[in-house]
Structure formats: structure tokens, C-alpha cells
Design a protein around this ligand. Structure first.
Ligand SMILES: [Zn+2]
Length: 244
């Protein structure tokens, strides 16, 4: 699960050294001038920065929307403020229901964008344009979409055909929307995030099978994007290394 309570980086709402584009003018906002917290709350309200949002909208046509607690993600404007170049695979270590409940709980301090059930159902809880706290690594959260899978890492029978197929379609759509290469550098497990102490998706997750399903889905199904369609980004983006 994206239980990232120990990840203090996730909750840092400061803009850091980022340059913020306001009305076409690049303004480098210094953290020494403005309180980071205050800035973090206000910057997205500047007209023209935030993309229009529709209540209940999903980024993947096959998903059902259930909102996560706002304490478990950070409002953003991806891929314009942060480039999305990664999908991170998780396993819930619990039931589908318990994962939904955890992500709705403001004290959980973690949530992923999606949860895929063993029956193949897909629930979206955070918009892809926002930063979900799922990787336990701020830079990786900002650049990735997180997908939880219902089950336990030590129970291979939890990873059903329906789950692999549904998740692969979802990942193929994400890769298509943001120009993410379908390979193991860009579709990774939580365990591969630098600094994490999480082991998911674990040794029973069949990466060869999964990546083959993603590749197959990528060539057969177009991505869906109800909030204005696919967002073009630079294709072939490569990760910058450790990210932190
Ligand atoms: Zn995880």
C-alpha cells in the first residue's frame, strides 16, 4: 500500500526553486520572501494556472470515481507543472474496500491515483493532474501516477487475470496520455523507488507478463481523457536518475 507515513517529503508544499509561470511571465518565487506554506496554498488559485475540473471526472474511461481525502494528495497542474514520466505499481496489503477507506481517511497521509481490484474493477481517487502521496519520495510522487492492486505481496493467487488485464489497460492509457515509454524504467514497482522501505508489488508480481499485457493494450486501445483529452508531453522522456 502507499502507506507513506514516514515520508515527510510528501507533505512539503513549498515551491522550492521552481519557476512559476503567471500570465505568461516567468516569476521565480523565492522561498525566502514568501512563507512556503502560504504560497503552497495560494499559488494554484491564480487565474489561468489551474486546469478546469469537473466534479467526478476521471482520467481513464474505465474508472469509477471515489474521492480521496484532500490530506492525501497535493493539488497540481500536471503535466504542465511537473512532467509525468512514470507509473508506479503498488499492492494494497488489504482488501479493495480497506484501501478505499484508507485513502478517504485524512490521517492516512497516503493514497494512490487508482486502485485495481481482483475482479478487474478500477477506481480513481485522485486526478492525474494532482500529486498523490504514494511513493514515499516527493520527486517520484510529482512525476508519477500510482496504481494500487488489491491483495497481499505474499499471496500469488491474489494477482488475478482480471487484475493484470485491467491494470495493463489502465497503464497503457497513462503511457499514451503522457508519452511515457512502455518499459521497466518507466513502469516500476514501489520497491524500486529510491529511499523506500516498501517491498510491493513483491516477488509474485509477474513483470514479464504485465509488461507484455501493457504493450499489447498500448497497440490495441486508444487512451481516454474526459477532461480535454490526451495531454501532449515530450515523448521518450527519460528519468533523471535518483530524483532526490
Ligand atoms: Zn506501495
Amino acid at each position: 500500500m502507499g502507506a507513506d507515513k514516514s515520508a515527510s517529503g510528501d507533505t512539503d508544499r513549498g515551491m522550492g526553486r521552481r519557476a512559476l509561470l503567471v500570465g505568461g511571465t516567468a516569476a521565480v518565487v523565492g522561498t525566502a520572501v514568501l512563507a512556503r506554506d502560504r504560497l503552497g496554498r495560494l499559488w494554484w488559485r491564480v487565474p489561468g494556472i489551474s486546469k478546469p475540473r469537473e466534479e467526478g471526472a476521471v482520467d481513464y474511461g474505465g474508472a469509477h470515481w471515489v474521492a480521496a481525502s484532500e490530506a492525501n494528495w497535493r493539488r497540481a497542474d500536471r503535466p504542465d507543472d511537473y512532467r509525468i514520466d512514470m507509473v508506479i505499481v503498488h499492492v494494497t496489503q488489504g482488501s479493495f474496500k480497506s484501501a478505499v477507506r484508507a485513502f478517504q481517511d485524512p490521517s492516512h497521509q497516503a493514497a494512490a491515483h487508482y486502485i485495481v481490484g481482483q475482479d478487474g474493477r478500477v477506481t480513481q481517487m485522485i486526478r492525474e493532474l494532482d500529486v498523490a502521496f504514494h511513493a514515499g519520495n516527493r520527486a517520484y510522487n510529482e512525476r508519477s501516477v500510482g496504481i494500487e492492486h488489491e491483495g497481499f505481496v505474499d499471496r500469488p493467487q491474489d494477482f488475478t487475470d482480471a487484475m493484470y488485464t485491467a491494470s495493463a489497460r489502465l497503464t497503457a492509457g497513462i503511457c499514451a496520455r503522457y508519452g511515457i515509454p512502455v518499459d521497466r524504467e518507466h513502469v516500476i514497482g514501489h520497491v524500486e523507488v529510491p529511499g523506500t522501505d516498501h517491498t510491493d508489488p513483491g516477488p509474485h508480481w509477474d513483470w514479464d507478463r504485465y509488461m507484455e499485457l501493457v504493450r499489447r493494450a498500448a497497440t490495441s486501445a486508444p487512451s481516454t481523457g474526459p477532461s480535454g483529452g490526451p495531454s501532449p508531453t515530450a515523448p521518450g522522456a527519460t528519468p533523471s536518475g535518483t530524483g532526490v
